[in-house]
Structure formats: C-alpha cells, structure tokens
Design a binder for this molecule. Sequence first.
Ligand code: ZN
Ligand code: ZN
Length: 103
Amino acid sequence: MKKKVLACLVVLTMVGIVGSDAAFSAAKQVKCSDCKGKGGTVIAKNVICTWCQGAGKKTLSATDKMAKGTLKSTEKCTYCSGKGKSDQIEMCYTCMGTGKVDK
Ligand SMILES: [Zn+2]
Ligand SMILES: [Zn+2]
C-alpha cells in the first residue's frame, strides 16, 4: 500500500513525458489534492545530482554507424543545469507527478 515512493530521476523524466501528454487531455482533469497540484514534494534541497554525480556534466557516447565509431561528447547536465546539485523530490503517485488527476 505504498502510495508514495522516493522518486528516482528516471521517474522524473517519465513525469516530463506524462506531463506533456496530460496537457493534451487536460480538459477533464482537476488539481491533485494529495500534492496540491505540485506533482510532488521537495524532501531535500541541494543534494548531489544523481545523474551527473555532482559533476554538473555528463559524458555521452553514441555509436555512429556512418562513422563506424563511437562519438563522445560532454554535455551540461540538464537535470541540475550544470550545478551538480538538485532538489530531491518525492513524487506524488496519486497524480504520477503531473499535479492533476482525472475527475
Ligand atoms: Zn498529486
Ligand atoms: Zn546533474
């Protein structure tokens, strides 16, 4: 009966996708009363970003079939905006982090 679990950052990415989907079907949705429409609660501020481990950037690698090799690039961490730290959010599972629920 766990209603809320500690959201990992992968889940937060999913929330972004769900959130954009929700925008298309927002007509019959109402604000989630569990999280007051926020989609989750900040449980810790300025914790080390788990995506970049506090580095503020990520090394991406992708296999390029045309070049027959592996491309590597360093990108600023989008989750923490390169700060290396971010707020830890406990996602609301009533609304799946969207802040809205179906009526
Ligand atoms: Zn909610
Ligand atoms: Zn980061």
